[in-house]
Design a protein around this ligand. Structure first.
Ligand code: SF4
Ligand code: SF4
Length: 496
């Protein structure tokens, strides 16, 4: 059982009274030398760390204009204070977005503004001390970079960008986060977050082919490294084995099969996740993205489609062309890249696949909008497609669907509590407490509409919910993949 207090689910969300410092102890494990070195960061806190950190902050000011605008423009209006799930779940005032920003802002002011240099006390500017650095390590790892606060800020200040900058500065002085940095190193070495080598991946895919054939009687292929395939599917490695992710992967395979489109996975680019974004490192984000380009060229595909993963879709949709483009060797008829939901949605619209909704009649569904998809990307050709397309695919696959309360969905969606590189067991207290607002919204539809399952389109959300749902009295298997619903409903054998 948990060695921390699990928040009570209330009937209506309540903004908690503040409890200073209650989460100061929450810190992820620091990355060891071996994990830092692989990413080009110092292995431990460097001797002249203050100067290195201040110089890095200056470099980031010059590189990212948005960062400096965000640091200069907050008017302390307070509109963001009750918008962060980590504040609502923990009551620690440093988890209010404006207070989190101020941890960075007060150091920025001290070294990069006239008033902060000469009248620091007047403008709340502070020296960068070890105590301040410790606070950064704790509270910038209590931000899932979900961007909910920015939706409510009249100036659009994006705390996520400030937390990425802070993590980048910390990596530069040698105190990186173990979970993220170890994972990025695994992708460089083996190709995916899990460290699953090519033979094990091939075996896994063969096993899934057998499962689908046993279940449907249809021989559906999950090809690996197949040169000349039309589509390269890049999907989070959790799709290869974790529940309910793997049911989604089987769904993609069935859709490709029924659509009659050749496709392949790549053992070299066997990971859609790009944790370079979480640590704010452009260089690492680019290096990871280039693997997708190299795999597409090597395999000679015409299209690239991404599987269900939130931040991976943000990186793909918003940055892939800049990081790893141009993709002029792909078929210009299709967007680069495409999301698997855009692909399936289009087939449904055109009658390219047949779905029997009654196959999901044992479930009453709701949908969790993932932050990075909702607030940092889009789908389809119309504004808001990232909200409508997943819901239309779900509704085409099942008979019973109810949305959670309006202020908890679409661009006001609450983070699952495990995004932004925080999906690690050393942050379990934070993850459980940060899930509170989503759990309260889920409770509402469970009690009012008899909802039994929540669908999601992000590998991190699915893993996080599997872990935290039981803390709030829900079953761990009440989280499902959207393509799991498609997989259940798709009528196989219609292929010409
Ligand atoms: S980006 Fe999300 S997690 Fe970070 S402060 Fe804002 S609401 Fe909280
Ligand atoms: S809503 Fe924006 S301007 Fe207002 S306190 Fe928060 S960050 Fe500052």
């Amino acid at each position: 059982m948990a060695d921390f207090e699990i928040p009570q689910l209330k009937e209506y969300p309540v903004i908690p009274k503040i409890h200073e410092g209650v989460m100061a102890h929450s810190k992820p494990f620091v990355a060891k030398q071996e994990f830092q070195g692989a990413l080009g960061f110092p292995g431990e806190l460097v001797d002249n760390w203050q100067q290195v950190a201040i110089d890095k902050m200056g470099e980031l000011n010059g590189k990212y204009r948005s960062l400096q605008v965000f640091l200069d423009s907050c008017v302390k209006c307070g509109a963001c204070t009750d918008k962060c799930h980590y504040y609502l779940g923990t009551s620690d005032p440093k988890n209010m977005p404006v207070a989190r920003q101020d941890l960075y802002r007060k150091v920025y002011r001290r070294y990069y503004t006239f008033a902060g240099k000469y009248f620091p006390k007047l403008v709340g500017a502070t020296d960068l001390t070890k105590e301040v650095l410790d606070d950064w390590y704790s509270y910038f790892h209590q931000c899932s970079q979900c961007r909910r606060c920015s939706v409510f800020c009249p100036y659009g200040i994006d705390t996520a960008e400030i937390s990425m900058a802070a993590r980048e500065v910390m990596d530069a002085v040698g105190i990186g986060q173990k979970y993220c940095n170890e994972i990025i190193g695994k992708v460089y070495k083996i190709g995916n977050n899990l460290g699953l080598p090519e033979p094990a991946l091939a075996d896994t895919l063969e096993g899934l082919e057998e499962d689908i054939e046993d279940d449907t009687g249809v021989a559906v292929k999950l090809p690996l490294d197949q040169k000349g395939a039309e589509v390269l599917l890049v999907t989070p490695s959790a799709d290869f084995f974790a529940e309910p992710h793997v049911d989604g992967l089987m769904g993609y395979a069935k859709v490709f099969h029924e659509a009659g489109i050749s496709w392949t996975l790549s053992s070299y680019a066997s990971e859609a996740a790009n944790f370079g974004m979480f640590i704010g490192s452009y260089e690492n984000m680019r290096k990871l993205s280039l693997r997708v380009r190299e795999a597409a060229l090597e395999l000679g595909v015409k299209r690239i489609i991404f599987g269900e993963c939130g931040h991976a879709w943000r990186v793909a949709y918003s940055f892939l062309n800049t990081l790893a483009g141009p993709f002029d060797f792909l078929d210009p008829k299709y967007p680069v890249p495409q999301h698997i939901l855009e692909f399936t949605h289009d087939l449904i619209q055109r009658g390219g696949i047949t779905l029997d909704k009654s196959a999901n009649d044992d479930m009453v569904l709701t949908f969790h909008d993932s932050c990075n998809i909702a607030r940092a990307s889009r789908m389809g050709s119309k504004p808001g497609g990232q909200f409508t397309i997943p819901r239309e695919v779900i509704k085409a696959s099942c008979n019973h669907f109810y949305d959670m309360p309006q202020d908890t969905i679409h661009d006001a969606t609450y983070c699952c509590g495990g995004g932004g590189g925080l999906l690690t067991d050393d942050l379990m207290e934070l993850r459980v407490k940060g899930a509170l607002p989503r759990m309260e919204a889920l409770k509402f539809v469970v009690e009012n509409y008899g909802v039994t399952h929540m669908a999601a389109i992000c590998a991190i959300c699915k893993s996080q919910f599997t872990k935290v749902l039981p803390y709030y009295g829900f079953g761990m298997d009440s989280i499902v993949s959207v393509h799991q619903l498609v997989s259940n409903a798709i009528v196989m054998g219609n292929k010409q």
